[in-house]
Design a protein around this ligand. Structure first.
Ligand code: 4GS
Length: 171
């Protein structure tokens, strides 16, 4: 089944009280689809800067193309695979975007030096360790126990770069 343009029109109109053709002039309206622009950290950052978003998704094969043309300004994909419903994709977008908003995170989860951040030049995060320093013979790297903050900072930078080059997580 394909999501009908008249049904989407009625739903958007009922919710926002204006013609959906005008709605996209007031806020970013995004249709979720496997073939859309791939979500990455910079896309997330861009969306987090918007005052409001509208995400369109449904438990259907897809949208009548007129929905994309007239009601949505763009299509977004969370990855090149097919879900049975667009709702989990919308939840992924919400989770990634909402944690960028002021007050969403505590100090423990700083967004400054995390994977793909500017601080790490777009590379993935360096490896993390915590107590105990040795567990089943597996030791935390000696440098991290050294107390040399500058050397630790450089080590983390190298690790992050190496992971970026290797493309950790790629198959
Ligand atoms: C995606 C995706 C997706 C496509 C929804 C088939 C149900 C499904 N949406 N990124 N109909 N990947 N949507 O698979 O955003």
């Amino acid at each position: 089944m394909v999501l009908r343009v008249d049904v989407m029109d009625a739903a958007l109109h009922a919710h926002y009280g204006i013609d959906p053709v005008r709605l996209r002039e007031t806020r970013r309206v995004i249709a979720l689809a496997p073939g859309g622009s791939l979500l990455d950290e910079s896309y997330v950052q861009e969306l987090a800067a918007e005052p409001a978003l509208t995400l369109l998704c449904g438990r259907y094969e897809g949208f009548d193309e007129r929905i994309i043309e007239h009601f949505a300004g763009e299509t977004l994909s969370i990855g090149r695979y097919v879900l049975s419903g667009g709702e989990p994709a919308a939840m992924v977008v919400c989770d990634a975007v909402l944690r960028k908003l002021p007050g969403a995170l505590g100090h423990a989860e700083s967004v400054m030096e995390e994977s793909f951040s500017e601080a790490l030049a777009g590379d993935p995060e360096y490896p993390h360790y915590t107590r105990p320093a040795e567990y089943r013979g597996w030791r935390v790297p000696e440098i991290l126990l050294s107390g040399h903050h500058e050397r630790i900072r450089m080590w983390r930078g190298e690790q992050s770069r190496q992971r970026g080059e290797r493309g950790e997580g790629e198959r």
